[in-house]
Design a protein around this ligand. Structure first.
Ligand SMILES: *[C@@H]1O[C@H](CO)[C@@H](O)[C@H](O)[C@H]1NC(C)=O
Ligand SMILES: *[C@@H]1O[C@H](CO)[C@@H](O)[C@H](O)[C@H]1NC(C)=O
Ligand SMILES: *[C@@H]1O[C@H](CO)[C@@H](O)[C@H](O)[C@H]1NC(C)=O
Ligand SMILES: *[C@@H]1O[C@H](CO)[C@@H](O)[C@H](O)[C@H]1NC(C)=O
Length: 505
């Protein structure tokens, strides 16, 4: 709903009169910006520092920018541009006041535009309008998924793998930028190729220090906003580029059993370099034995909450026994489930599997104080493997199956003082539906949340769900079963007496 509202406002109020709204219907989220659209020039960026981190199999960026209102009226709408081909790959974007991050994230909505536009925007709403000549420092953080390409695209099985990343030395901005620089953090010091710029600054550009490459500082006050200067780096990344095409995560609450059951189904792919020749098992065994790094996925470790029990791991063939479960030994220590796929997963290969485990429900469920039947469930939004190379999710579907008869279901995510890796709530699609299982009378209530383009940065995020559930709701199932049996007895009895009466005749 918030997305709809934002789109309507943009359509109705912000844009010059030449703007065409794709549909006059306010329920449409699609706003067509004209090709020459430029955001109102009411701000100036005094200083912009972009930190680009390439240590994982996707890009993470944090941009700190000092913004000044150069208009003569208070302003609160800040436009954040991305090239159209990058826009759809942005994951978990959030914007905060850098000086008081604890105040929470600002509202930031993607404006969907016509696909012919080169630049697409997020619109950030400051909670308080910025007075003329005042400044605010924004911290903008997000991931860029699917933007690292293996180069060369094919390698030999025991060769090192390299990834290439192309970006603009000038950060894209909707407003003039006085000063800026970009710090690139690479996963290793092995960087065979990188662009050296000419004419952007005096002295060497980039400056290198170990695995940190700094492009700039540049004085760009006179450079038109939107000017780009393409730069490419190619660096060693001999680790898998893990991509989950889909993650389905089911969390099932059982008040009767006092149990919280989790099952996750993964469709994984390694998006790294593909094998040049056929896979050699012998060579693999030798290199594994010698402990050489590899671009293949060999093992995954899933940290599990303390007290997790009954883990399982199955793939398309069946039970996989090469998994190891370490329960948290000390109470409150995380357990971990180590999985070894049946074969190493090289670039271009897929692997799908399911894992599951159980937890004591009382550690996740609280009864709301002073209520007769309102419960609050707090569970991780996603868990997933924890590994240095990270993992990117193209689509995540989290389904929380509540007890039969649960009503008045509400949900939210917890936002702390730092990014939780999730996008704004308007980009999480939610749906309530019935989940019928054997002997349910009403069907259990299932809350389904769908997010596209997420990264493992969201591992620490938590989901809160509240629902009403009373003793009667809890009794419904046994009562129904008993009532059902009673009906059967009564029916039998009648049949019996009918039978008798027939015999008598
Ligand atoms: C997620 O990424 C895909 C591929 O880049 C893109 O087509 C899609 O629009 C993105 N989804 C969202 C909600 O941004
Ligand atoms: C992975 O590779 C597939 C197929 O080449 C491509 O469609 C997809 O966008 C890539 N995803 C990522 C996250 O790089
Ligand atoms: C899988 O393993 C579990 C536990 O070891 C066992 O209970 C179950 O029967 C096995 N399932 C199959 C299909 O082999
Ligand atoms: C891997 O999975 C993707 C997405 O499910 C699919 O499009 C592709 O064909 C699969 N590749 C192979 C080699 O099976």
């Amino acid at each position: 709903m918030r997305l709809f509202a934002a789109a309507a406002v943009v359509c109705g109020l912000l844009l010059p009169s030449s703007v065409v709204c794709a549909e006059s219907d306010l329920s449409s989220t699609r706003v067509q910006l004209p090709n020459d659209f430029t955001p109102p020039q009411v701000f100036k960026n005094l200083n912009l520092l972009r930190n680009t981190n390439l240590e994982k199999g996707y890009v993470r960026e944090t941009v700190d920018v000092v913004v000044e209102n150069v208009d003569d009226k208070p302003q609160r709408e800040y436009y954040l541009p991305f090239p159209a081909d990058v826009f759809g790959k942005i994951g978990g974007l959030e914007v905060r006041d850098k000086k008081s991050p604890e105040k929470g994230r600002f509202d930031a909505e993607a404006i969907e535009t016509d696909s012919s536009n080169d630049i697409n925007y997020y619109v950030v709403q400051f909670p308080d309008a910025l007075a003329p000549s005042s400044q605010i420092t924004l911290r903008i953080s997000y991931s860029v998924l699917s933007s690292l390409s293996p180069l060369p695209a094919t390698i030999h099985q025991s060769e090192q793998q390299y990834l290439a990343y192309t970006f603009s030395a000038y950060a894209l901005s909707a407003y003039p930028v006085d000063n800026q620089k970009t710090k690139l953090k690479l996963p290793s010091v092995n960087v065979p190729d990188y662009t050296t710029t000419t004419g952007l600054k005096s002295g060497q550009d980039p400056e290198r220090q170990g695995s940190v490459y700094t492009y700039g500082p540049y004085e760009t006050a006179k450079v038109a906003p939107g000017t780009q200067y393409p730069v490419t780096v190619r660096y060693e990344f001999t680790k898998p580029v893990l991509t989950a095409h889909l993650l389905e995560r089911d969390i099932e609450v059982s008040h009767w059993g006092g149990n919280l059951a989790t099952e996750e189904r993964y469709w994984l792919r390694n998006n790294g370099s593909q094998l040049e020749k056929q896979f050699s098992r012998l060579e693999w065994t030798v290199s594994t034995y010698q402990g050489f790094p590899t671009s293949a996925l060999r093992e995954l470790t899933f940290p599990l909450k303390p007290g997790s029990v009954d883990p399982y791991f199955t793939d398309d063939i069946g039970n996989v026994s090469t998994s190891r479960f370490r329960p948290g030994k000390v109470p409150n220590r995380d357990g971990s489930l180590e999985l070894r796929p049946r074969f190493p997963i090289f670039g271009g290969w897929n692997y799908s599997f399911r894992i599951g485990w159980n937890n004591d429900l009382s550690l996740f469920l609280r009864k709301a104080i002073g209520s007769s039947g309102t419960y609050i469930l707090k569970v991780p939004f996603i868990e997933g493997p924890k590994n240095p190379e990270g993992i990117q999710y193209e689509k995540v579907v989290v389904r929380v199956i509540l007890p039969e008869g649960a009503r008045n279901v509400q949900w939210e995510t917890i936002n702390g003082a730092t990014s939780n890796g999730l996008p704004s709530l308007s980009q999480i699609h939610s749906e309530l539906n019935d989940h019928k299982t054997f002997m349910d009378t009403l069907g259990r209530t299932a809350l389904t949340l769908t997010i596209e383009n997420l990264s493992d940065e969201a591992r620490s995020s938590e989901l809160l769900i509240s629902y009403d559930y009373t003793l009667w709701d809890g009794l419904r199932k046994p009562v129904t079963i008993t009532a059902g049996l009673f009906t059967v007895f009564v029916a039998l009895w009648f049949v019996g007496s009918l039978d008798v009466s027939i015999k008598k005749r």
